[in-house]
Design a protein around this ligand. Sequence first.
Ligand SMILES: Cc1ncc(COP(=O)(O)O)c(C=O)c1O
Length: 481
Amino acid sequence: MSIKLSSGEEIPIEMHKTRMVQKIQLVPVEQRLKAIEEAGYNTFLLKTKDVFLDMLTDSGVNAMSDNQFAAMMRVDDAYAGSMTFYEFAKAVEDVLGYKHVMNVHQGRAAEHLLAKVYAKPGGVIPTNYHFTTTRAHIELQGMQVLEIYYDEALKTESSNPFKGCMDPQKLKNVIQKYGKDKIGFVRMEATTNLIGGQPFSMKNLKEIRQICTENGLLLVIDGSLISENAYLIMQREKGYENKTVAEIVKEMCSTADIYYMSGRKNTCVRGGCIATNNLKLFEQIQPWLPVYEGFFTYGGMSMREVGAMAVGMREMVDPELAGCSVEQIKYFVNKLSKAGIPVVTPPGGLACHLDAMKFLPHVPQPEYPAGALAAALFISSGIRSMERGTISVDRDPKTGKEIMADIELTRLALPRRVYSVSHIEYAIDRIKWLYAHRKLVKGLKFVSEPPVLRFFLGKLRALDNWGKDLTETFKKEMGQR
Ligand SMILES: Cc1ncc(COP(=O)(O)O)c(C=O)c1O
C-alpha cells in the first residue's frame, strides 16, 4: 500500500518486516565495466556477484512469506498421490474458482502444452500482446501470433489506464479474415509484460469473452501477473473500487476457458499451472503432462514448491502483496517522469520501463537502444535491468531479416517485497545521472546470436567502445561507486 506523509507526499510503505537478509555489494565502476564486457553487453549473462540491485525480473526472485517457508518444511513428498498437491488444488479452487488443475515446471511449460494441444497448423493466435516464450511456442507449432491491441498501447507516454486491452473490433476482423477453424485460441495476458506491465479492464475482458462465445472460440488467460491487473482494476475501473482483489481475480477467472500462469511471479515460487472448469479441455491436455513435465501430482515441480505455491496462491490476492510492486512502481515512475526522464506511463505492474528510443534518440533502432541502455545503466549504477526491445525479437527465420520491436523498453523489475524506497531513490538518482550523460552511450552489435530467444544467450559489443568512455566519465564525476 502507499501512505501519505504529513508533507502531503505519498510513498509506498512495506506491510511486512524483513527477518532474513542476503548481503549485496556495489562493486567499483571498473569492475562493472569488466563484468558487462565479459557478459557480451547482455545483462542476462552477468554474474550476481557483480550486481548491486537485481531488477532483471520479478520471476522466481520474490521474497517468500514465513508461511510459505513453513509449508515447504511439512510437505508430503511422494511421486504420486501427494496430499500437498491436493492442498494446492483446493487453493486453486478457492482462489481462482477452477475445479481442475495441473502443475507445470514454469509458465512456458504451460505455453508449450497449450500450443501443442491447440495447434492449428497455418493458424493464428490472437492476443492483446505476445510474451517472448508464448510466441516461441506458438511459432514452433507452425502458428502465427496476431497482436490486436488499441493503437494507444504503443504510446509510451499516455494517461490511458488500460493500455493492455484487446481491440474487440480487430478481433472480429481477424475471425472474419482467418475463419474460426484457423484460430487455436484467443489469449489475454493480464498486465501485459512487453508493453510496460499495462492492465486490461474487466469490461474489455468481458467483451472479448462475448466474442469468443459467439464464435465458439476458446479464451485463454495468461494470469502470470493477474494480481497486479486485479489491483489496478480496483484502483482504476468504475464499479470495482469497493471490490476486493480476491473478488476481482475470481471474476476475471470466471471468464476463461483455460487459465495458466507462471507461479514465479504472483505466487512467489518456482513453478506454474494450468487450470480449467471444463473437464473435456482438461482431459485433452493432461495426457501430455507426464510426457513433458511429470506425474500429475507434481508436474515437474518439487513438492516443496507445490506446498509453497498452495500458500502463495491464497496470499497473492492479499492487497498488500498484489499492490506492493504496483505502489513502488508508481513512486519510481512518477519521480522519473517529473524529472523529465522518458518512462512508460501510466505506471503499471511488474516494472518501471524506460523508453529507450526517447532516452537515446541518437542510437538507431538496429543498434539496439534498449540493450545499450540496460548495459549503460549497469555500468553507471550496478543495477541490472532487462532489454525489452528488438534484441528480444528474433530474426525472421525464413529471411534472416531483423524484425524491429514495436517499442524499445529497458525494464527495471520490482520483485515483490525485495527492495526498499532507498533502493528506488538510488536507482532514480543514477538514471538521472545517466540521462545527463546519455550522449556517451552508443549502439551495440551482435557478435554471437542464437537462432531462437536470442536475448537470453546472445553476445554483443559496444560500438566505438563506448563503455570505456562512460566508465571514465563516471569515475571522474562520481568516483568508483
Ligand atoms: C506474462 C508471462 N507469461 C509467461 C511467462 C513465462 O513464464 P516462465 O518464465 O515461468 O516460464 C512470463 C514470464 O515472465 C510472463 O511474464
